[in-house]
Design a protein around this ligand. Sequence first.
Ligand SMILES: Cc1ncc(COP(=O)(O)O)c(C=O)c1O
Length: 656
Amino acid sequence: MSTNKKNMNVPEKGKLIAKDHRQDYKSVDPNFGPSGEPWSEQVPDIAKSDNHDKYPGGYIIEPPTEDSLKIYDERSANYPIQQKVLDEKYAQLPPEGQGAYHAKSLVEMEDYYTHQRNEFLGYQCAEKFKISKNISPFLNMSLNNIGDPFVNGYFTVNAKQAERGVLDFFASIWHAQWPSLPKPEREASVDDATYLKSPEYKKYKESYWGYVLSMGSTEGNLYAVLSARDYLSGFSLVSDDSEDVSLCLPDIMGEKSTNKYTPVAFYSEAAHYSLAKAVHAMQVKTFAQIANEKIIEQELKKQTEVAYKETENWDCPLGGEWPESVPVDEYGCVKIDELVKLVKFFAEKGYAPFICFNYGTTFKGAYDDIPEACKKLNPIFEANNLVNREVQYFDMDGNPKTDHRRGYWIHVDGALGASLMPFVEMAVENKQLERNDLAPCFDFRNEEVMSLVTSGHKWPDAPAPTGVYMTKNKYLITPVATPDYLGSADTTFAGSRSGLSAMILWNLIAKEGIPGMVDRAKKTMELCSYTYDKFNELQKKLGEFDIWLKRAPHGGTSFIFRKPINDIMFKYSLPIEVEKTKEETRTRKQTYVHLFIFWDRDKEMIDSLINDLGSKDAFDKDSDVYIEIPVSRKKRIQKTKRPVKLLKRSAHKGFR
Ligand SMILES: Cc1ncc(COP(=O)(O)O)c(C=O)c1O
């Protein structure tokens, strides 16, 4: 413990240390960390000062204002078991470090995590894997893949070679043209047309570009929306003849008033919340936002302009109010006909659609039928000049230039499915697995797909978030910066990027190869069948009591069922989803949970869960409740209808 040599204002235990000069709050001195001694006694001299004018209380660091043990227990009050089993004090870091208690804290943490991961069924990621010991030397260095993955740059302790190995592997299982090719040199004597038609240039444009993510698919989704926004907004492309960074073309061309350069986002109700975050961060509006804004704008004009005449129809093509996102079926697959109607509505108004498909939705694990959707979307793209439209810009010398590119962007969020299903396909194709309902193709075999993302920590496995983002050279936007400092263009989302993640994925693929991955996929699918049978047996045993079992078609790996009691939820780390169904005078609120079958689970885990679910009072009695809408609230709701609703009502009544 610290010797407290300096002239300290040591308060009585649990009492005020000092009134902070910067704000009107008081510090306290709780028992802190695994030793349980007061916080003040664990501050090393180096963090103290005799200059009490500058540092009230004599600390160069900030003392706590509350007992964080108590606060953090309260903040996780809905999840109390973890707090009970793993005491937060082991994680507290006294300013002088944990000293002799450090090893004990590690043991406590390891015990807890090992126990929990052994029963882990709830989320779509592997937990019981063993990282090869041969990776350990790479933990003792900072591998940083900063900058473009295909140019080494000056930061020589990078794992970009391993990253490129991983990317080429994924390009090959996703049917992208690989390796990733550089833009061919252009000889001075060659004219524009000849260069752009040359086989080398065409081959370069078709080949892939991508990078290994430092976050998971969230980063890939963010990057997809950013890329789509700039591509659809008319920013210059790397593949354009111009070497210059783009100018915002629509502004210059005076075309901002048309919708030609306005992206509009379509994603389904089952999409991961990162899509909402991505469009918000990138300031891309969803179809529902645009429609509702237009309706409100029209309504305001109607109220203020006497001679206002409505020229644009903003009634939802699905009838009724605009849904917030594209509707899905009971399994979470996007309703293709509804998507097509929505896209058509906006394409006909000249907007540039960004469409995100799901390949393995977050809760139900559903696979969108991308080929079928594209088949129905293509005529709309063609009819509205979105397949190969002309984009005009000026180069830095002020010369007018044009390129031709798509007026739509299709992204596939394959957080789980894109890394699992290629191996299921190989197993089925080689008759090592019997399935006659293989999920529809999601990858670059679909000409329309422009970007694809998967999370590596979900499948196959990784101890930290990672993943792969992939697109084609022809869709790349000219990077905003090519800092001398890096030696390569700043083409990725992050600055510093995890070389360790690339190394970990590389090491796993190097060890397992495709055969090892196919074995894992087979094991997963076989265990899914076992799990499905076991759930059905349980349902039979429970008779009338419906556990609401659901499994997505095409070999979905998620199993959805009625929420059990909290002890069971905690034991297997099960997450919930609430479904609300509105009825005449009440709302039905059903709470589901799901589990995901992965290669690292086994029959014993499933047997144990089924056994727990079969015991008395295993299910939460609040999993199925009806909430009556109070009469007073019903009246209030009627009074406070949104303008969108007002518009519809008044329009129907011919009221203006
Ligand atoms: C479909 C889907 N997309 C995106 C994500 C986000 O992935 P991550 O948590 O790896 O960022 C998830 C995570 O569960 C997901 O299921």
